[in-house]
Ligand binder design. Structure first.
Ligand code: EPS
Length: 398
């Protein structure tokens, strides 16, 4: 894997860390390129109070100098403003025993659907805070930071990633046949990141009602990538297939339960003639190999490789598992039936999930790009890509 990233940090600890290795030198990079993406992730109607406390911003700790990447590991720090309210609870120093005050804050009434219970059993802990602090979707801040840099690399080679929300809590948004040229400019203008204003109004009512009920809502976002060259990923082995790699990345996002590429599950219901995209010559479409699919039901991949058509992925998120009107559970301290803990949370975070899905897609695609074209500097990567594109051009000139 030419590109790797890892994250560290607890939700109410001092900070989050994002470490990205393998980015070529010479990629123009400003803190603002990352901060803009972090701010996008913090948006969305239905978020809780925590998003008013935090204004996520990175500090580069390494890997960037004078506005360009150096080719060395890029590390970024995002401080948690809320930490000051959690310093005693999150203190790493050893303590003899928890005070009564601290013990009262133990999480033992584990939430159905959350990592609380399984994590507590697996890691042999008595306070589920030891699990939930890391299971928290706060971690996705650090993913978006790494993904933002991958997006810059992709932008430099003509690839753009956007997303929009297509479903929330039982309400579908209409998807326009032709998406706006700048997808994110259009979707970010909506409080739910959807392109259907009528559906948006109904979704907002649905969120308000769920909030009153102490309930939560899930939904679906669509990620769209344009400008990809044909041939990222490979058919040759299970773990080189681009759709498999995208699927893994998407399913690793907290609360994501399903991923579709193109028509996805619908392909299973149709005949072959209704599924496969007919191919026609299209001189000038270099990145697709001078052909066009008349339709794009495949969603931009065939044989585990990008086709050069738009990549279209749909990502489904379940409702958040912290309900203000809690579900029944077992208190793991006493073994008695109980109501689950109701920690402050969001009614829905589906709009934010779209931004996280973009970031994960950016990482997978940047990785596949560097795998195919390599390069220790951005100009070298670009030269290698251009040589490949020139070869695709030669094939039509024959
Ligand atoms: C989260 C619970 C809430 C969310 C949080 C994810 O945080 P808190 O417990 O501090 O109120 O706001 O999301 C973020 C902090 C974030 O940055 O997205 C959870 O339990 O997963």
């Amino acid at each position: 894997m030419p590109l790797r990233f890892t994250t560290a940090g607890e939700s109410h600890g001092p900070a989050l860390v994002s470490l990205l290795e393998g980015m070529p030198a010479g990629v123009p990079l400003l803190a603002d390129d990352v901060n803009t993406e972090l701010a996008r992730r913090q948006q969305g109607y239905g978020r809780g109070r925590r998003m008013q406390i935090e204004t996520d911003r990175i500090e580069f700790l390494s890997g960037v100098r004078a506005g360009e990447t150096l080719g060395s590991p890029i590390s970024m720090l995002v401080r948690n403003s809320d930490w000051k309210n959690w310093m005693e609870i999150m203190d790493p120093a050893p303590r003899e025993a928890d005070t009564d005050g601290l013990r009262k804050r133990h999480v033992t009434r584990v939430r159905p659907g959350h990592a609380d219970l399984t994590g507590l059993l697996k890691y042999d802990r008595s306070d589920a805070r030891d699990i939930l602090e890391r299971a928290s979707a706060r971690e996705t801040t650090a993913r978006v930071a790494a993904g933002a840099i991958c997006k810059v690399l992709l932008r430099e080679v003509g690839v753009r990633i956007g997303s929009h929300l297509v479903h929330l809590g039982g309400i579908d948004a209409a998807r326009p046949d032709v998406l706006p040229e700048d997808l994110n400019a259009a979707s970010d203008a909506s409080p739910l990141r959807t392109l259907d204003a009528q559906a948006e109004a109904r979704m907002i009512e649905r969120i308000d009602a769920a909030k009153k009920e102490g309930n939560t809502l899930g939904g679906i976002c669509e990620v769209v990538v344009t400008g990809l060259p044909v041939g990222l990923g490979s058919h040759v082995s299970w773990d080189t297939r681009i759709d498999g790699r995208l699927g893994q990345a998407m399913l690793s996002i907290p609360a994501v339960k399903g991923v579709e590429v193109g028509l996805g599950f619908e392909t299973a219901r149709r005949t072959g003639a209704e599924v496969h995209d007919e191919i026609e010559a299209a001189p000038g479409r270099t990145r697709a190999g001078h052909v066009r699919r008349r339709t794009n039901r495949a969603g931009g991949t065939e044989g585990g490789m990008t086709t050069g058509e738009e990549l279209v992925i749909r990502v489904a998120m379940k409702p958040i598992s912290t309900l203000m009107r809690p579900l029944g559970t077992v208190d793991m301290a006493t073994g008695q039936a109980a109501q689950a803990v109701a920690e402050r949370s969001d009614v829905t975070a589906v709009p934010a999930m779209g931004v996280i899905a973009e970031s994960m897609a950016a990482f997978v695609l940047a990785n596949a790009l560097l795998e195919k074209f390599g390069g220790d500097s951005l100009p070298e990567t670009q030269r290698n890509l251009n040589a490949y594109l020139a070869r695709l051009d030669e094939r039509v000139d024959r």
